[in-house]
Design a protein around this ligand. Structure first.
Ligand code: GLV
Ligand code: MN
Ligand code: MN
Length: 413
């Protein structure tokens, strides 16, 4: 048990049971809840084991530093990193999951980062630029509604007061979960990073089709989340004549079908995966239905047209149903074209194909601020955001080797 796949399995098994639902095998690792806090603790233990000082940016993101040109890798002074301004190479991902998520989405990038550091050290490589392993908070937006919350706070892409006030389903604010108001943008920290490389499990079948274990990311589709609030009139299911109803469930059902149709017409993606019904009683016409539209497309204009069309159809149906409709955009992520020079360089280095994705990532947020790249690891099921997400140990080991090669290229010369 000494090969790269076995080394991957050994470290992976340390976290495999954290937050796993015994029934479905899916993961419940919402940001800053006990399973995710346990993983953050594990992050600190791993960093400690490797003599990598850990620093938090006050937004819930963690950074473990290997190699400090000024004071050596064992420095515990977070302010002393890279004063020479050579630019650190950032890698890592996130621990949090969607409800009933897969094991790999997020944690694979962090586990692989620590293993890549081990590979480099075992090979006697010395970073001339620090290598920094990151764990970003609330990437999925599953708890507080805004995806990539940690990276958006770090870059200033979301206002710290707005983030502080975001609430989870139980009414707990992000600031309370974090233990204080988030610190907000940290241009000095961001300025210390020369590049970010996020390794992630693939969330489709492109690598299965290509027959290779690793690809380099080329782009992220523009995407966003819209909250559709449909207010009608609650009433008795048995006594209210059909003609007298103001039933928001009808508007909701029509809107979901319209989203599906409009997305298909445009070759785009639209999903309504979350709905809250009030009062949620079998024998009552709902008074309020709230549904969340997740919409994505290859081009910004297509996305815009899709959301406009869904909105218009929902509004028309709401008029007919006597329902009041409010649409609120909760998050927006523009088209991300990863740094072409860096992507080409990594694809050449790894002899790997390039792949665009419809999934969002912290790399998509950071790409607007520093040269950023992604590596994708083959997923035999092609499924993600589900317990069926998978990756073989051999492919994960290939991902670690690819990341180590990239970090060697970017940080050790
Ligand atoms: C994150 O995984 C997203 O694409 O929603
Ligand atoms: Mn995800
Ligand atoms: Mn992810």
């Amino acid at each position: 048990m000494t090969g790269p796949a076995a080394r991957f399995r050994k470290l992976w098994d340390e976290i495999a049971s954290v937050g796993r639902d015994a029934g479905s095998g899916g993961y419940l690792r919402y940001a800053l809840t006990p399973p995710e806090l346990r993983l953050r603790e594990w992050f600190r233990e791993q960093a400690d084991r490797r003599g990598m000082p850990v620093h938090s940016d006050g937004n819930g993101n963690l950074f473990a530093w290997w190699g400090d040109p000024a004071t050596g890798p064992n420095s515990h002074d977070p302010n002393s990193h890279d004063p020479a301004g050579t630019g650190a190479v950032l890698t890592g991902s996130h621990f949090d999951s969607v409800p009933q998520g897969g094991a790999y989405d997020g944690p694979l990038g962090i586990v692989s980062a620590f293993l890549a550091v081990d590979e480099l050290r075992n090979a006697g490589a010395e970073p001339v630029r620090p290598v920094v392993v990151a764990a970003f908070v609330e990437e999925e937006g599953a708890r507080f509604g805004v995806p990539c919350l940690g990276s958006r706070l770090l870059t200033g892409d979301i206002d710290a007061d707005r983030a502080a006030g975001l609430r989870d389903a139980a009414g707990v604010s992000f600031a309370d979960a974090l233990g204080g108001r988030p610190a907000g943008p940290d241009p000095a920290l961001l300025g210390r990073f020369a590049a970010f490389v996020e390794l992630h499990v693939e969330q489709g079948l492109a690598l299965v089709d290509a027959g290779v274990p690793v690809a380099v990311g080329s782009a992220i589709w523009p995407h966003g989340r819209w909250r559709f609030t449909l207010r009608g009139a609650g009433n008795h299911a048995g006594t209210t004549r059909m003609a007298d109803r103001r039933d928001p469930m009808l508007t909701y059902a029509f809107t979901v079908l319209a989203a599906n149709k409009e997305a298909r017409l445009r070759g785009a993606h639209a999903t309504v995966g979350r709905v809250v019904v009030e009062p949620n009683a079998t024998n009552a016409i709902p008074s309020l239905v709230t549904g969340w539209l997740d919409a994505r497309a290859a081009e910004p204009d297509t996305l815009h047209g899709l959301v406009e069309a869904v909105h218009a159809k929902a509004a028309e149906r709401a008029r007919r149903d006597g329902v009041e409709l409010t649409v609120t955009q909760e998050s927006a992520t523009p088209l991300v074209a990863f740094d072409g020079g860096l992507a080409d360089r990594l694809a050449g280095l790894l002899a790997a194909p390039m792949l665009p994705t419809g999934a969002g990532h912290d790399a998509g947020v950071l790409a607007a601020h520093l040269p950023t790249a992604m590596l994708f690891v083959r997923n035999p099921t092609g499924v993600s955001h589900s317990p069926a997400e998978s990756a073989t140990d051999d492919d994960c080991a290939a991902g670690v080797a690819a990341l180590a090669r990239v970090l060697e290229e970017l940080a050790c010369h």
